[in-house]
Design a protein around this ligand. Structure first.
Ligand SMILES: Cc1cc2nc3c(=O)[nH]c(=O)nc-3n(C[C@H](O)[C@H](O)[C@H](O)COP(=O)(O)OP(=O)(O)OC[C@H]3O[C@@H](n4cnc5c(N)ncnc54)[C@H](O)[C@@H]3O)c2cc1C
Length: 383
């Protein structure tokens, strides 16, 4: 089969790897607008379950990925300067550039052609010249836009502002830090992803963003301002920029996932709010699901139908959980009056997917602490 893939991110490269492994006769070309060493962003996270899926799909890249992993089991919530740790949440992190390098090397080993610095512009021409065209071209997918009348995308720009930074302050575990400031409420999502660096994503509502006047600030002033908000958490370490800009999260869905010989994958197809840390995981698991569909239905239409039928309910479930999590952060001001333990409890249950039993299984001491707090509040109110 002749396969053309637009986008050399995790979704595009991983799909190419799995298809080439399944049949070395496939002729696969990836078009990537950036060079092999260009990337935006810092670390990416995977859960224990995702790692098992990656091992099953491709042992070679899995062993490279896990060699450099930073693993942890705690979520730390920092509020009013107090840290509450919740254990039993298994996650690992790796630098995005390291992940891309591992996948690039694996593509090279398998004989997959990656055309770097090659922007795909004439998408219709590419589509006519192959058996399968994969739009793995990320959030602003040109493939999705080109075939919008067939795929029926639904994009919603969310109100909160966020910015991806790095820092050499090491956050061991997924750390959610809240700071009340005269401009409003800021939240930081941070985690260590190698020996020296952590991701540090800062999020705030529109009102806070306007009050701070970020629209009038240079990149350097923005970093300084945000660094001051989180001065106690960063421990003197500056925020590191990598083309970092304030952006709004865009929630992406598509009513149809394919038409004729075109299919979308990863961020081009769907997004899930970064607070559940699953953009890269979902992109790679999409690639696994699509490759599996081709294994059971070698004919293109049948395979794409099977992919949409099997994978869509999984993604809808994820997006629903991520949506609840996103709403929690959009309404963070409403929770900020809570005590640290109550805020942590509310955060752990925000997606609607973790109930008390599950939380108790993960960290009985945390649940007991929360219950003691509730009893104390009740006793106070009846005094
Ligand atoms: C600025 C930014 C920073 C991020 N940082 C992180 C992070 O630190 N941690 C994390 O977990 N997630 C991060 N994400 C989200 C994460 O990157 C995605 O969820 C995940 O990478 C999705 O994988 P993908 O392969 O679908 O898309 P992408 O990784 O976005 O890959 C798409 C690729 O397509 C290429 N492309 C697009 N259009 C064309 C074209 N017309 N022709 C040729 N090539 C094209 C792009 O250059 C890109 O390499 C970040 C996202 C953004 C926008």
């Amino acid at each position: 089969m002749k396969i053309k893939i637009i986008g050399g991110g995790p979704a595009g490269m991983y799909f190419a790897i799995l298809m080439k492994k399944a049949d070395p006769a496939h002729e696969i070309t990836i078009y990537e607008r950036n060079g092999p060493d260009d990337t935006f962003g810092w670390g990416v996270v995977f859960s224990g379950k995702t790692l098992a899926n990656l091992r099953e799909a491709d042992e070679e890249s899995h062993s490279e990925i896990t060699r450099d992993f930073e693993a942890w089991d705690n979520v730390d919530v920092v509020h009013r300067g107090e840290k509450v740790s919740i254990h039993g949440n298994s996650f690992s992190g790796i630098a995005r550039i390291r992940l891309l390098k591992i996948l690039q090397k694996r593509c090279e080993e398998l004989g997959i052609q990656i055309n770097f610095r090659s922007e795909a512009t004439d998408i219709e021409m590419l589509r006519r010249d192959c058996d399968l065209l994969v739009g793995a071209d990320g959030l602003n997918s040109a493939v999705r836009q080109k075939f919008a009348d067939r795929l029926h995308p639904d994009l919603s720009v969310r109100p909160n502002k966020y910015i991806w930074y790095g820092t050499n302050q090491l956050f061991h575990g997924l750390t959610l830090t809240f700071r009340e400031h005269h401009a409003g409420v800021f939240a930081a999502h941070s985690y260590k992803f190698n020996q020296t660096t952590s991701t540090f994503i800062v999020e705030c509502d529109r009102q806070t963003w306007s009050n701070a006047r970020f629209d009038e600030m240079s990149d350097e002033d923005t970093r300084r301002y945000v660094g001051d908000v989180f001065v106690k958490d960063l421990n003197g370490n500056p925020l590191l920029s990598n083309n970092s800009k304030w952006i709004n999260f865009v929630h992406v869905k598509n009513a149809k996932w394919y038409f004729e010989n075109v299919v979308l994958l990863g961020d081009a197809l769907h997004t899930a709010h970064f607070s559940i840390g699953s953009g890269t995981k979902l992109a790679m698991e999409d690639a696994i699901a699509l490759a599996q569909s081709f294994a059971s239905e070698p004919e293109v239409t049948g395979a794409l139908q099977a992919f949409e039928r099997k994978r869509k309910p999984v993604i809808e479930d994820y997006q629903a959980a991520a949506y609840e999590s996103m709403l929690w952060f959009e309404n963070a001001r409403e929770y900020i009056h809570l005590s640290p333990i109550e805020l942590a409890y509310s955060l752990m249950k925000r997606s609607g997917r973790v109930d008390d039993d599950e939380l108790r299984k993960r960290d009985p001491e945390f649940v007991a602490r929360h219950e003691r707090r509730l009893s104390a509040d009740y006793a106070d109110s009846t005094d």
